[in-house]
Design a protein around this ligand. Structure first.
Ligand SMILES: Cc1ncc(C[n+]2csc(CCOP(=O)(O)OP(=O)(O)O)c2C)c(N)n1
Ligand code: SF4
Ligand SMILES: [Mg+2]
Length: 324
């Protein structure tokens, strides 16, 4: 089995029994992962995201102390409060820089980010771009509700033209961000899209994103029942819509395979991203590019070797000595 993110670019898990002195690990249960009672409005799409995340953690039996959940500010960004693991509810839009530091300093951790469309595409839009181009190892789940929920209904970067809000009482006039196009052009190496009413699909994508080495992002249409109700019904079969899943290429040499989507084809991904709302769901783009984590690790190792392999403490001491 290929290990998920933390254990390096191509690490393969080796089943080894724990040393006799180490007590057996307790099973990671939903009870152990659950921290607090979610404070979202009844019916908010974010509940299903949390439930899916719990399911993935339970299924994958990650080491409890290696789970980190980070977020900016927003209803969706309350996420870390509800997960019993390391975590932080950080500054609005600044979860990516915080996560970058944690990911680079502690490559053994599973770094998950959760947040909203405002947090990811407006206030933190610039940070998202740089995390993506640097391909820093983390999994970013964006709960897109097309509105600023926490601050009670302002136009967000993904609100459609015409949306009436407190900031646009006569209807939004600005062209919305297309999350898939933004992420492809920024250089994210795993880009996918899902819907909070589709729990098995969400679980499948979270697992794939986790296993991807690099900056992986999932945009999830997650309804704000309070300030933008029913907006995602066109993609919800239970509400009369249709949830169209991307058929990925199987490379099985069949004529029908020619019609399937090659996830490594950037232009094909752009074409899928151009489909009218509600569009399609699944993996738009996936590519293998060295992570900043691996490049930086190599650079540190080479430099350390050149100066005689000092320990971290010795490097620190030498730096302090120079300041004297
Ligand atoms: C730097 C900064 N700017 C603005 C705010 C006010 N603010 C808090 S949450 C938020 C929008 C949240 O919207 P979104 O990220 O879409 O999350 P949602 O609540 O919809 O899940 C804003 C503008 C803030 N806290 N900090
Ligand atoms: S205001 Fe909207 S996004 Fe926030 S908890 Fe309520 S339903 Fe969810
Ligand atoms: Mg929002």
């Amino acid at each position: 089995m290929n290990e998920s993110k933390p254990n390096g670019e191509t690490a393969t898990a080796v089943a080894t029994a724990p040393p006799a002195s180490e007590p057996a690990r307790e099973k990671l249960t939903k009870k152990a992962i659950t921290a607090d009672h979610p404070t979202w409005c009844p019916g908010c799409g974010d509940f299903a995201v949390l439930a899916s995340f719990y399911k993935v953690l339970e299924k994958r039996q990650l080491e409890h102390e290696k789970i980190v959940t980070l977020a900016g500010i927003g209803c969706s960004s309350r996420f870390p409060y509800f997960v019993n693991g390391h975590g932080a509810h950080y500054i609005h839009g600044r979860a990516v820089p915080l996560a970058s530091g944690i990911s680079l300093a502690r490559p053994d951790l599973h770094v998950f980010l959760f947040g909203g469309d405002g947090d990811g595409f407006s206030i933190g839009g610039n940070h998202l771009d740089h995390g993506a181009r640097k391909n820093i190892n983390m999994t970013y789940f964006i709960m897109d509700n097309f509105v600023y929920g926490l601050t009670k209904k302002q136009t967000s970067p993904t609100s459609p033209i015409g949306f009436k809000s407190k900031t646009d009482p006569t209807g939004a006039i600005d062209q919305p961000v297309n999350p898939m196009k933004k992420l492809i052009s920024a250089g994210a190496t795993f880009i996918a899209r899902t819907h909070a009413a589709q729990v098995p699909h969400m679980i499948q994508l979270i697992e794939r994103a986790m296993d991807h080495q690099g900056f992986s992002v999932i945009e999830c249409l997650s309804e704000c029942v309070e300030f933008f109700p029913d907006v995602f019904d066109p993609a919800n079969p239970k509400k009369g819509g249709s949830f169209e899943v991307i058929q990925e290429r199987k490379w099985d040499n069949t004529p029908e395979d020619e019609l399937r989507h090659d996830v490594t084809d950037e232009l094909a991904a752009y074409k899928l991203a151009s489909l009218p709302f509600p569009g399609v769901f699944g993996v738009f783009y996936e590519t293998d590019r060295p992570t900043k984590n691996s490049l930086e690790k190599k650079w540190i190792e080479n430099t350390r070797e050149k100066i005689g392999n000092p320990s971290d403490l010795e490097v620190l001491q030498k730096t302090f000595d120079r300041m004297k």
